[in-house]
Design a binder for this molecule. Sequence first.
Ligand code: ADP
Ligand code: ASP
Ligand code: MG
Length: 438
Amino acid sequence: MNKTKVVKFGGSSLADSNQFKKVAAIVKADPTRRFVVASAPGKRFSDDVKITDMLYRCYDKAAKGSDFSKEFADIENRFNSIIAELGLDFSLEEEFRHIKNSFAHRAGRDYAASRGEYLNSMILANYLGFEFLDPAGFVFFDESGVFDLNKTLEALTPKLDETQNAVIPGFYGSMPNDTIKTFSRGGSDVTGSIVARAADAELYENWTDVSGFLICDPRIVEDPEPITTITYRELRELAYMGATVLHEDAIFPVRSVGIPINIKNTNHPEDPGTMIVAETADSSKHIITGIAGKKGFSVIQIEKDMMNSEVGFGRNVLRSLEKNGLCFEHMPSGIDTMSVIVATDALVGKERAILDEINFRVHPDKLEIENNLALIAVVGRGMRKQRGTAGKLFSALAEARVNVKMIDQGSSELNIIIGVEEEDFETATKAIYEAFVK
Ligand code: ADP
Ligand code: ASP
Ligand code: MG
C-alpha cells in the first residue's frame, strides 16, 4: 500500500467546462490523487443527452449506411465547447476525423461508445497537465469477452509504477484481437476499481453528483439520509437491485485486497460521503443500511401436493429454465409451492416453451406466470442482531396497504427481499424508509 489515491469522476462531474473546473480543483487539492479515471460527458440538465448515448445513436446510423454527419457534429460541438470555455490551446480535430472515418468503416458499437471517455480524458489530461493513458493497451478482456484481471495487472501495475500522474479513460479495454470492448453501462466505476488495484492505492475515490450512497433512491424518497459506512457485501446487494450509484462489479478488483471506496460529491467536496469497506465494527445508525429495488420481474408459480418429498423436483424445474437459457433471481418455496422469479425481458417470447417444459418434467397441479412484479431489497448488517425486523417491515407495508406477493430472506441474514406489484413499488419503498429511518 502506498500513498496514492485513484479518483474516478462520473459523467455529471465532467458534463461541461464548469464541472471540469471543480474536478481540477479537487485533483489539485491533494497531490496523492495521482491517477484520474474519467467518464464521458454526462447530462448537464435533466433532459440532456449523455455523450455515450449520442455516440450509440450516431454509430447506429453509420452502421446502417445512413448519413450521420449531423449527429457527429453535435458530438464534436460538445467537446469543442468544453475546450473553448476552458481556454485550452488544444484541438481534437485530428481525432474527430479519424473517429468519423472509423464509424464509416463500421469499427464496432463498443469502439464508438468508448470514444466518449477517450476524448474527454484527452481534454482532462491536457487541462490538468497529466499524462494520457489509453486503457486499450492496459485493460484486457479474454476471448469470450470476460474481463481478465491477471493480464491487466501484469501490464497496468508496472506502467503506473513508472507514471507520476495520468488521466485514464474509463469504461473500456481491448480484446485479444485488439478490438475495443466496453464494460456494461456505468462501467467507468469498474475501471476506477481496476486502476486502484493496479496502483495498490490506499483509497479509491468515486466522485459523482450525490453526497454518498443514500439510504434509498433520491428519485423516490425526497432527500434521503446518506449512508456513512457500508460493507462491500451490502453495497453489492443494493447495487444489484438498482441503486446504480456504483456499478455492481466495481467492488471485485478492490475487495480482495481491502482498498476502501469513498463515494464523494463533486459539487460538495466537503461532504464526507460514503465509505465502502470490507468489514466494519461500526454499527449502522439504523437497523437497516439501505433499500433498493427494481421493476420488471415475473414469477413462475408452481403448485403440486407433496412436492417437497419428490426427489429432483427443484432440479427439474430449474432444468426447464436452463434449457431455455434463462437465469433465475430468487426461488422462495413452501411445502407444496415454489415460485421462480425471473427478469421479464429475459422471459419474453419463451413463456410457452418454459411452461411446456415444466409441465412435461414435473406435472404440477397448477402452473402460471404472473408479470409486473417489482422487487425491493432491504439490506443491513444490523438486521442479524435485531429481532423483529421482518415484523416491522411487514406492518409498515400493511399500513401502507401494499400487498406483499413474495418474501425471500437471504441466508446471510443480510437482506430481506420482497416482491410487490409494480404499481406499489414507490409506495412500498417510501413506507419502508419511513418505518426504519424517519
Ligand atoms: P455518475 O455519472 O457519477 O457515474 P450515476 O448517474 O451513475 O453517476 O450515479 C449517481 C446517481 O445515482 C445519482 O444522481 C442518483 O440519482 C442515483 N441513485 C440511485 N439510487 C441511489 C442511492 N441509493 N443513493 C444515491 N444515489 C442513487
Ligand atoms: N459513459 C458510460 C455510460 O454512460 C460509462 C460510465 O459513465 O461509467 O454508461
Ligand atoms: Mg455511474
